[in-house]
Design a protein around this ligand. Structure first.
Ligand code: FMN
Length: 233
């Protein structure tokens, strides 16, 4: 007996209808659903409902024996376990993350910090999601390509890669839409065609990778065990 695959989707944009990362992630999700009509898409929306910043209660709670934990420590452990379970129970991953002040949104850092307090996904932990496929949809208002004045200023991408690839051992593909502000900021009007081309390329890449990853999962991705019952509904 095999179960239907589960896609985990994280959103972090503070914007809703106007969000580029959400719209490119929607494209990915739509194609994924075509391939897996009965599949589950488990969503965590940090833009709409951020998790609380880490605090000393959360840092220490996991080291206290379960029976001795205060209600606050119990809540902190439960949150870290819930966020971890959402990842561990999933078969593929879609992270939609905008660039804010040359970094990840603080909500993404808070989410990572909480997860890293629980054992399974800590550095040096059991690596329960190693090898599974992930797409990061990254939206940024400016341009950061080679030779541009702000090349190297995007600190979100390297940090995400550090966590997703080096700590959690996911197989990561970046899909970046940049110059997103050219569409609305008058001073960037000359960059509109480049922004539009970047957006179009991001939607196309999202479609291609959604199809590729959905097919890999269906065909028996070695990092995924569809006979193991681990979906969170
Ligand atoms: C708080 C905030 C900070 C931002 N900082 C940057 C930045 O440092 N560099 C940049 O290129 N764009 C920056 N932007 C623009 C966003 O990266 C851009 O609008 C992107 O499309 C946001 O993703 P979204 O469309 O999914 O909301 C910022 C936007 C906001 C709201």
């Amino acid at each position: 007996m095999t179960r239907t695959p589960q896609l985990f989707r994280l959103d972090a944009s503070l914007a809703d209808e106007t969000s580029v990362s959400r719209s490119v992630a929607d494209t990915f999700e739509k194609v994924w659903r075509l391939e897996h009509p009965d599949g589950i898409v488990l969503r965590r929306d940090l833009g709409a409902a951020p998790v609380p910043f880490i605090d000393m209660t959360a840092v220490g709670a996991g080291y206290v024996p379960a029976a001795d934990r205060t209600p606050e420590q119990r809540a902190a452990v439960e949150l870290a376990e819930t966020l971890t379970d959402e990842l561990v129970s999933s078969d593929a991953y879609l992270f939609a993350v905008p660039l804010y002040n040359w970094n990840n949104p603080a909500s993404v850092q808070a989410w990572v910090d909480r997860i890293l307090t629980a054992a399974p996904l800590k550095a040096g932990g059991a690596e329960p999601i190693a090898g599974r496929h992930a797409v990061v949809v990254h939206s940024r208002g400016g341009g950061y390509g080679p030779g541009t004045p702000r090349e190297g200023w995007d600190h979100a991408e390297p940090y995400l890669r550090r966590i997703l690839e080096d700590v959690w051992k996911l197989d990561v593909t970046m899909v970046t839409a940049e110059l997103t502000l050219a569409a609305t900021v008058p001073a960037m009007a000359g960059l509109k065609p480049l922004g539009a081309a970047s957006l179009q390329a991001a939607h196309t890449a999202a479609e291609d990778h959604a199809r590729r990853i959905a097919e890999l999962v269906a065909a028996g991705d070695p990092a995924v065990d569809l006979t193991a019952d681990r979906a969170i509904a």
